[in-house]
Design a protein around this ligand. Sequence first.
Ligand code: SF4
Length: 228
Amino acid sequence: MLMALIFHGMGDGVWKIIKTVSDMYEIDLERFKRRKPFELLVSVILSQRTSRENVRKAMERFTRRFRSVEDVANARLREIEVAIKPAGIWKTKAARIKKIARQLVKLKGGLNSILKMPYPEARKILSSMDGVGPKTADVFLMAARNEPVLPIDTHIFRIMRRLGVADEGDDYESLRLKLERETPPAMRMKAHLALIEFGRNICRARNPRCSQCPLAEICPSRRKHSNL
Ligand code: SF4
């Protein structure tokens, strides 16, 4: 069935893949509402190149120490470094967070004013900040105001490459647009989060669990891992 969809229409096949993975996981889509926008931005920055558990520990320490963006802007760099240490690359991340906090306190309306802007404008301003590229901006906007984007992280890139959806010419933007074209806006946040779960648990970077994968019958990379 899936095989037929892949070969008779790539678009339908892409959606079928995304739907299959989305249906595999219960995802708490309300979790972002429990954080203030600045905390969300910090957690997205902290999540670069580290595990979810490390981000959780760092955020616990960070929110215990800092109550507002002004607090962070006025803090000594060392204090921020100590607070976020569990997230790794803490010197670089702390410097970025402090710089962003200082930019935000100078901006009329702060981060909330960015959140009121149309997507292209909000994304452009966020992406111009140190350490915030288009992916970080997209994840933040998705989490903070439910922007209907489908950000592509390393897990999603790997999964889509293995399944033949992403090709060598694809970059962040082209793959994002490819997946968004086939995914209803209301399903994009869940798809993003479910694909990451799938990448962590099934289509892992090393030793993917192809024998447990519901996409194995249509996956061109399956044979390479057929001994698993
Ligand atoms: S069959 Fe294996 S390589 Fe293909 S998507 Fe599933 S886990 Fe990934």
